[in-house]
Design a protein around this ligand. Structure first.
Ligand code: BGC
Ligand code: BGC
Length: 862
């Protein structure tokens, strides 16, 4: 804390200087690395660090005042009913609204979330997307009911190409683009993404992500270009220009371009412990110099939208943060576009729900992303506008900002999406010239970390084995936000314009007269001269990718054993690692002769062969160019060791990456991960009153209504269960729960927990708690499970009654007991739930699977 106070002082000192100087003078700071002590995640709710807009940079918004445009906006606004105004500021998702809804409610915008597709088919045809775009557009332009014709805008996560659409070119995810260090390539990628997006009718993408991830456990690390703000800033402006065109140029926002939304404002990459949607507890100077770095060039490039972030800044959710959204972004930083919300992000603002939140608009949000909640939010917002809770001036300002963008993009003059220049030109999806750029990006993103004895480049004229479960695996190589939200559950046939890494290697080896064999498990028919083993992380998006530590768990697929077996057979092994972040895997790096970090390369597996294989002349076809844009950890607990920090000590530094000219020998790396992979820490689900990374705390009322916890204080809608923060060991280190009815406190795991070993070994679930008052009816239960048919519960009323009242203690319930009662402990998604009756009051600070406890519930007595 003392550091952050000092930082604020530094930034104040700087505030007198010119903006450019200020940035340079203040950019030295970096957040301290996670100390493992786990900083208190939730905030007090008081805005501990105040924001002074005078400290912030002042990019120039590239649009001069335009009286003609303002007149158009004013005239239209003056003619609009209150209902039409409210419609403009609400965005619904195609999974929960129809063109007729748009016709009736006059919504200004729609989106397709990562899991929303025409007809609910993740692999819907491009023509189905376009037909839907036409239908929504027509509804918005239909004046037969007396409404004004205001074209709807459709936003989509075209995150690495038009990545929801079958056949689109899929570029490497941003972490790989970070490694290319090639801003002009980024401009080209953005230009192509815009073109492919236009073929299916959308005129708006939710990109680029300019997060500056500081803790690699974050499941969205790969959506960021780099841990370095300078590198992110060097891309943000060109990417926006590539998408939108240059302000003032002929092509700007024409039919070949799309509007961008720079996201997520602000501090998404800075949350404590890398927890998705968590709290960013950095100083104002760090927030500005690290996390806001990309917004400065993006605003100067004329970004039309900025997306508000799910995270909080010192306990204050960004969707309700007026100083940052209004005073800093719009006023100080001259952002003249509109702020769009994130997926029900407004619902997390204190005092709000998904369906009711005047606060977010008052704080400066201009368009709420209300995917499934749009109708109710529309109604409540209309009521707030009528009774003045939402001031008319603020509503008008939000509508003006949205209309200005629609006029700037000339949308009022445009025909329906299919009749625009690129509508229906599906031959552009995955067009050869687009794929060539993606392939170049793959080549330039590969980072070579080891090349023992110069084993690379491999000759294509020999016998090559290609192994590992990533070798011929489209979803592993394309990652999250690809056709489906998580990028999982797709089929190879859904990628018509794409090559796996195996496809690429096979084609070049065949052309050179060599022979290539694919054997995922390494069991070759014919002994090869060399092997390429492709392996890595399974696809994930958002919180589902949050990790407890940076250890790559190859246990399940046996990657290490695969490499070791091939080596034992005397075969040189090149390891190609697919991942959304650097992970600790020194045993695999040691075992292989060469190691290539390939990130999430996308549709062009051929780009890997281009660099790994020699040309006909025996020389490299393409050299390695990729340089690490994230520091590679020395240990599995080195989560947040970022370039520029005082104690910077990575295994492979930011900027590292070998070429063929370098000596690629690497001395054996230490194989101690620095953590005990089987230790308790991996099985701690709740600590110091907060769900740990990968877990969510949920309250379920007696009436069954659930609420996920985002603030330290909460109460279920039916009032049956109330939670508040209390001090224990540290400030707000525990939560106090008071029951007036039969509610449940639950901990949910993002990914099913495999606790078979623990169960067999008789490890219990241990709650560190303090019982203040017992249930009136004497009943309480500990529950664990994975839904119907695999949930078990153990009665603990008697056990609670036997505990010392008002004292902290550790109560254990054996996993064995829960399994005997029906819980499948091999796949728990609710590893802990505590149900109690009216009258119960108890505090909870920690929940873990652990062998340390004071009291144990005896199964036999239940
Ligand atoms: C993500 C955004 C995304 C939006 C729409 C949210 O959950 O945080 O990045 O643009 O969903 O899919
Ligand atoms: C949507 C995503 C969104 C997420 C938020 C999913 O169902 O498809 O786009 O980001 O929910 O939780």
């Amino acid at each position: 804390m003392s550091t952050s106070r000092a930082c604020v002082t530094v930034s104040r000192l700087c505030s007198g200087l010119a903006a450019a100087l200020l940035l340079a003078a203040c950019s030295g700071e970096r957040p301290a690395p996670a100390d493992g002590a786990g900083s208190a995640e939730t905030a007090s709710g008081t805005n501990a660090v105040t924001v002074d807009p005078g400290n912030w940079p002042q990019p120039e918004w590239p649009f001069a005042a335009d009286a003609a445009l303002e007149k158009k906006v004013d005239d239209l606004l003056a003619s609009m009913t209150l209902e039409e105004k409210v419609g403009q500021i609400i965005q619904g998702d195609i999974g929960s609204l129809t063109p007729d809804d748009v016709r009736k409610y006059r919504l200004g915008s729609i989106l397709a979330g990562g899991g929303s597709d025409p007809g609910g088919k993740y692999n819907a045809k491009p023509a189905e997307w376009l037909a839907l775009a036409d239908a929504f557009w027509e509804a918005s332009m239909d004046t037969s009911g007396g409404g004004k014709a205001i074209p709807v805008i459709w936003g989509i996560d075209a995150m690495h190409g038009q990545s929801n659409i079958v056949g689109a070119t899929l570029f490497p995810h941003n972490i790989g683009l970070g490694a290319t260090r090639n801003p002009e390539l980024l401009r080209e990628i953005a230009r192509i993404t815009a073109i492919e997006t236009r073929t299916t009718g959308m005129e708006w993408t939710f990109a680029p992500t300019v997060a500056v991830p500081q803790d690699d456990r974050w499941g969205r690390a790969y959506e960021g270009y780099s841990e370095s703000p300078e590198l992110v800033a060097s891309y943000a402006g060109v990417f926006v220009e590539g998408l939108q065109g240059k302000p003032g140029s002929d092509g700007f926002l024409d039919d070949h371009h799309v509007m961008s939304s720079v996201k997520h404002f602000l501090g998404d990459g800075g949350t404590s412990n890398g927890k998705d949607q968590g709290d960013t507890q950095v100083s104002e100077a760090q927030l500005r110099d690290i996390h806001a770095a990309g917004y400065v060039p993006a605003i100067a490039a004329g970004a039309q939208a900025v997306m508000a972030s799910f995270n909080s800044f010192h306990g204050e959710k960004m969707h309700g943060h007026k100083p940052l959204m209004t005073d800093v972004l719009k006023e100080r930083m001259s952002f003249g576009g509109f702020i769009v919300g994130d997926w029900n992000g407004h619902g997390q603002v204190r005092g709000c729900s998904n369906t009711d939140c005047a606060q977010t608009f008052i704080a400066g949000l201009d368009m709420a992303m209300a995917p499934d909640s749009w109708k109710e939010l529309y109604e409540t917002t209309l009521a707030h506008a009528k009774d003045g809770t939402l001031p008319m001036a603020r509503l008008d300002d939000a509508v003006r900002r949205i209309l200005r963008v629609k006029f700037r993009a000339n949308l009022f003059e445009k025909p329906k999406p299919s009749a625009r220049a690129l509508g229906g030109k599906f031959e552009l999806l995955g067009a050869p010239e687009h794929r060539a750029v993606a392939r170049q990006a793959v080549r330039e993103s590969l980072v070579l970390l080891k090349n023992q004895g110069g084993v690379l480049p491999l000759s294509p004229k020999t016998k090559l084995l290609v192994a590992g479960d990533g070798a011929d695996n489209m979803s592993k190589q394309t990652g999250g936000w690809t056709l489906t939200w998580q990028g999982s559950d797709t089929l190879r046939g859904d990628f018509p314009n794409a090559d796996t890494i195996w496809d690429g290697l096979k084609a070049q080896v065949a052309a050179a007269g060599g022979s290539a064999e694919l054997a995922v498990d390494g069991k070759y028919r014919d002994k090869p001269d060399a092997a390429v083993v492709v392996f890595g992380e399974e696809p994930y998006a958002e919180f589902q990718g949050d990790l407890a530590n940076l250890m790559f768990k190859s246990g399940r697929s046996g990657d290490l054993e695969l490499i070791q077996k091939l080596k034992a057979d005397g075969i040189p092994v090149v390891a190609v690692f697919l991942s959304g972040r650097p992970l600790w895997l020194n045993r695999e790096i040691n075992a292989a002769d060469a190691f290539v970090a390939a990130w999430l390369p996308g549709s062009e597996g051929g780009g890997v062969a281009d660099v790994l294989l020699q040309g006909a002349d025996g020389k490299p076809q393409h050299d390695f160019k990729g340089k690490l844009s994230f520091s590679w950890p020395r240990r599995a607990d080195q989560y947040a060791n970022n370039v520029g920090q005082d104690n910077y000590d990575p295994q492979f530094a930011f900027g590292h990456g070998l070429t063929y000219a370098d000596n690629g020998d690497l001395a054996a790396l230490p194989e101690d991960p620095g953590i005990d992979p089987n230790a308790d820490s991996g099985n701690t689900w709740f600590e110091r009153g907060v769900a740990t990374t990968g877990f969510t705390l949920r309250l379920v009322g007696a009436d069954g209504t659930a609420m996920d916890i985002v603030h330290p204080a909460a109460k279920t809608a039916d009032g049956s269960l109330e939670m508040s923060a209390i001090n224990h060991e540290v400030q707000e280190g525990a939560r106090l729960f008071a029951w007036t009815g039969g509610g449940t406190v639950q901990l949910l795991s993002n990914a099913p927990l495999e606790l078979t070993r623990e169960t067999n070994g008789d490890v219990p679930v241990v709650a560190t708690l303090r019982v203040d008052a017992l249930p009136a009816d004497g009943k309480a239960a500990l529950v664990a499970g994975c839904g119907e048919g695999c949930t078990g519960e153990v009665e603990i009323g008697q056990a609670l009654a036997a505990l010392p009242r008002g004292e902290w203690t550790r109560l254990a319930v054996p996993l064995k007991c829960l399994r005997a009662q029906g819980a499948d402990t091999g796949r728990l998604d609710v590893p802990f739930a505590l149900r109690a009756g009216a009258g119960t009051t108890l505090a909870l600070t920690r929940v873990a699977a652990s062998t340390d406890f004071d009291h144990k519930v005896d199964c036999a007595t239940n």
